[in-house]
Ligand binder design. Structure first.
Ligand SMILES: Cc1cc2nc3c(=O)[nH]c(=O)nc-3n(C[C@H](O)[C@H](O)[C@H](O)COP(=O)(O)OP(=O)(O)OC[C@H]3O[C@@H](n4cnc5c(N)ncnc54)[C@H](O)[C@@H]3O)c2cc1C
Length: 339
């Protein structure tokens, strides 16, 4: 961009991995970026929940558990983040608990986690950006100078030449329906599955010889000793239990305490350990956890409107898909602004 030009103002809705990747890429190219998120901090579905009352070890990765790295783009980034201390390999013993026994085949997968929590990457990315947390964007309206972004009270959060939405597909569809119908229609084709997550801490460690397990029967789909990940305090013994999409959908509106009552016995049943009373537990519902039928578009951008969308749901799912989707959207916006 020529130095005497005023950079276009760009709003990004969502401070998850896709939004922050997109925003940092564009900021590095000299664009004026503002990132809004309704949550209290960065991370989105890569958040880490802290429970100060628990004592020394007080963190739970209650959304994404780890990620895998296949693309050269993420490989390069992970090398940098490793040097910076915000990620580390997780050499875990991960098993699959099947109705007919234990399967060890997923043990070979190379897993990476944020350190000291899954949210570390997003926190690092957010450091260099203008971020506004605790702000829910409720509408985007055309005005004379561009797009006015409005909060829940209808107050303006500024006017921007470009607005990029990185919320899960149903929320993106709702925000863009009236202003970018083609993008909204694409987002509307994506079904997102819920996930009930139970966070639980035990004073006496649960007696099992693995760190995490895919669970292939009953209500659960995954259990992990979150305190066994690198750079975490090991005490108290902290576990994250994820219910499968079907069970989560059937119990979507259940009270969190009822969900804990159902999933704790299922946990002990699945791992074959004697049940014990947790020192602390909490249920967290992810209404939009994973896309059932993600797009392979990479990202969605209408350069004539200056409206775009990205996220895991637009690019094959999961952390790596979301990261690549954010990179791709930044590239498309950059190219369009220089045409
Ligand atoms: C329970 C669970 C387990 C998972 N396990 C794994 C795993 O092991 N490995 C893996 O690779 N992936 C996993 N995933 C998926 C992974 O977390 C996501 O693919 C990835 O984090 C998505 O990033 P994103 O930036 O696309 O979206 P998000 O992280 O969802 O970011 C979107 C952001 O937009 C914000 N937002 C939404 N609407 C508004 C609004 N109106 N105004 C302001 N802000 C708004 C939200 O608060 C959120 O922070 C898991 C997800 C869940 C929920």
């Amino acid at each position: 961009m020529p130095t005497n030009e005023v950079p276009p103002r760009i709003a990004v809705i969502g401070a998850g991995i896709s939004g922050l990747t997109c925003a940092t890429e564009l900021a590095e190219r000299g664009h004026s970026m503002t990132v809004f998120d309704k949550a209290r901090g960065p991370g989105g579905r890569m958040s880490t929940r802290r429970v100060p009352d628990l004592g020394v070890g007080d963190d739970f990765d209650h959304g994404a558990q780890y990620f895998t790295v296949r693309s050269p783009e993420l490989t390069l980034r992970v090398e940098r983040w490793t040097t910076d201390g915000v990620v580390a390999p997780w050499y875990a013993r991960v098993i699959a608990i099947c109705p007919d026994g234990i399967d060890e085949s997923s043990r070979q997968t190379q897993r990476v986690v944020g350190t000291p929590g899954m949210n570390a990457i997003c926190r690092r990315l957010a450091e260099s950006l203008d971020t506004r947390f605790g702000v829910q964007v409720s509408a985007i309206e055309k005005n004379r100078d561009g797009w006015a972004v409005l909060d829940e009270a209808g107050d303006t959060l500024g006017t921007y030449e470009v607005v990029l939405c990185t919320a899960p597909a149903p929320q993106t569809e709702k925000l863009l329906r009236g202003i970018a119908p083609a993008i909204a229609e694409r987002a509307a084709t994506v079904r997102m599955q819920p996930c009930w997550s139970v966070l639980v801490a035990f004073t006496d460690p649960v007696r099992v010889d693995f760190d995490a397990a895919f669970v292939n029967s009953g209500p659960l789909s995954w259990v992990a000793r979150t305190s066994a990940k690198p750079a975490r305090e090991t005490s108290p013994d902290r576990w994250v239990l994820h219910a499968g999409p079907r069970w989560s959908a059937e119990h979507l509106e259940d009270d969190a305490d009822r969900v804990i009552e159902a999933l704790l016995p299922a946990f002990f049943d699945a791992i074959g350990a004697p049940s014990s009373k947790p020192a602390w537990s909490k249920g967290h519902r992810w209404r939009y956890a994973l896309a059932e039928n993600p797009l392979d578009d990479g990202c969605l951008y209408d350069s004539s409107l200056g409206i775009g969308a990205c996220g895991d749901w637009a690019n094959g799912n999961r952390v790596e898909g979301a990261f690549l989707s954010g990179l791709r959207l930044a590239k498309e916006v950059e190219q369009a602004l220089h045409r």
